[in-house]
Design a protein around this ligand. Structure first.
Ligand SMILES: NC(=O)c1ccc[n+]([C@@H]2O[C@H](COP(=O)([O-])OP(=O)(O)OC[C@H]3O[C@@H](n4cnc5c(N)ncnc54)[C@H](O)[C@@H]3O)[C@@H](O)[C@H]2O)c1
Ligand SMILES: [Fe+2]
Length: 399
């Protein structure tokens, strides 16, 4: 019998990975005879001295650059608009995004406006961008979102208090420079939350309804790399091997979810970020064990695989069901060890907003690929569980 037919594997990006790979910028500039670069970033990247590294590389390539460094976390349509204006004034012919997912997403959004014009909200949804975006180099400085290789950009529309996604092959960066050295300056708390976001990508992709052999191999390897290195990256931030494994793990998790989308965690985290500005990684980390508990029954063997990949159990131990529960416990232990909060108490979530957040979550395409069929009332229950923190203890396992 034929299984799922694989029509394509999305990766429109040339990946240049390795310590000090940022030094390949002049070669790229020369290969395209580019004359002026727009650098898109944020204040934290500037303060960490990472912007200077890019400016130096442009100087090595003998071209000028214009800097836009006002991207905020969960970037808004207004920021995309402001950055697009700077692009037009600068006459840049190449864009360089450097930072976490926020600057990279703005750089990607602006790259499609540069060739298609209009407003970023015009392209909300999947496959709505007519023309390929401008040449773009994406340089991640967090091991988290994998925006450097994905076909998505996530932007917040404050008028609607809504975080929307644009998904198109036309907005993928042309080059991803994936240099672990640039993540050494990431402080422990951000290493923890962005790293857990990467783990969520890997787990949601692995159990997605759209998972297939290529995505599964990538996602499972990502789970292994991330769960094996995140504690060290958080507690010994200058350990370059751990940083390398984290960035590699987040990258391949991105390649996986580019082809499967994600699941209920991401569908639910977007309204929390849009309404309460909860950082993306924190929202996902708190939601993850609750959503795993909800999903586990739909596919215990995959959750058993996750527990094994996380090193929590061995293949022959206990039953498939008991191993699947251990996956949830392994995620909780990891979160606890790296200091991730287990509740939303710091974000003053108003229970009266849950119905509206559930409506917004249900609009996400991620709900359709979640392994367990999900109704609006399921999302309401999950939000209530997270907000009332009915999840602080480990799940009892009996074999
Ligand atoms: N495009 C995609 O496929 C995709 C996937 C998942 C999430 N996202 C989006 O990405 C955004 C989140 O991105 P993020 O979690 O990477 O965080 P972020 O880009 O918002 O960065 C968080 C903070 O980390 C700082 N920082 C980043 N790298 C640093 C470094 N090396 N040294 C010191 N400080 C550093 C930044 O200055 C910033 O203050 C959200 O908007 C989310 O929705 C996009
Ligand atoms: Fe994410």
């Amino acid at each position: 019998m034929l299984g799922n037919v694989i029509s394509e594997f999305n990766c429109n990006t040339e990946i240049i990975m390795g310590n000090h790979s940022v030094q390949s910028i002049p070669e790229i500039i020369k290969s395209g005879n580019f004359t002026h670069a727009l650098i898109v970033s944020d204040e934290g990247i500037e303060q960490a001295g990472l912007l200077d590294i890019i400016v130096q590389q442009l100087s090595n390539a003998n071209i000028d650059g214009t800097v836009f460094s006002s991207v905020e976390a969960n970037p808004s349509t207004l920021t995309v608009e402001a950055c697009y204006k700077v692009l037009q004034e600068s006459h840049a012919d190449i864009i360089i995004g450097i930072g976490g997912g926020s600057p990279l997403d703005v750089a990607k959004a602006v790259s499609i406006l540069g060739t298609n014009g209009g407003d970023i909200t015009d392209y909300e949804g999947i496959n709505t961008v007519p023309k390929q975006g401008m040449p773009l180099i994406a340089i991640p400085t967090t091991a988290g979102t994998a925006s450097e290789v994905t076909i998505f950009t996530v932007i917040t529309d404050h008028n609607r208090e809504y975080k929307f996604t644009v998904g198109s092959r036309h907005l993928a960066a042309r080059w991803a420079i994936v240099d672990p050295v640039l993540t050494l300056s990431l402080p422990p708390s951000l290493t923890a939350s962005t790293g857990l976001d990467a783990l969520v990508h890997a787990i949601e992709s692995y159990v997605s309804k759209k998972a297939y052999v290529i995505s599964e191999v990538l996602a499972l390897k990502a789970i292994e790399l991330i769960s094996g290195s995140l504690r060290t990256a958080v507690h010994s931030g200058d350990d370059l091997e751990a940083r390398y494994n984290m960035l590699y793990g987040s990258l391949i998790a991105g390649l996986a979810f580019n082809n499967t989308r994600l699941g209920n965690v991401h569908a639910m985290s977007h309204p929390l970020s849009a309404k309460y500005n909860v950082p993306h990684g924190i929202a996902n980390s708190i939601l993850l064990p609750h959503v795993m508990e909800f999903n586990r029954v739909s596919n215990p063997n995959k959750f058993s695989d996750i527990a094994i990949a996380m090193g929590a159990v061995t293949a022959g131990s206990g039953t498939e069901l008991s191993r699947s529960l251990e996956a949830i416990n392994a995620v909780k232990s990891l979160s606890e060890d790296i200091g991730i909060p287990s509740t939303f108490k710091d974000f003053a979530i108003d229970p009266a907003s849950i119905d509206e957040m559930a409506d917004d979550a249900m609009k996400s395409g991620n709900i359709q690929v979640n392994p367990r069929k999900t109704k609006n009332e399921d999302i309401v229950k999950l939000f209530l569980k997270c907000i009332h923190n009915e999840n602080s203890t480990k799940v009892p396992v009996s074999n």
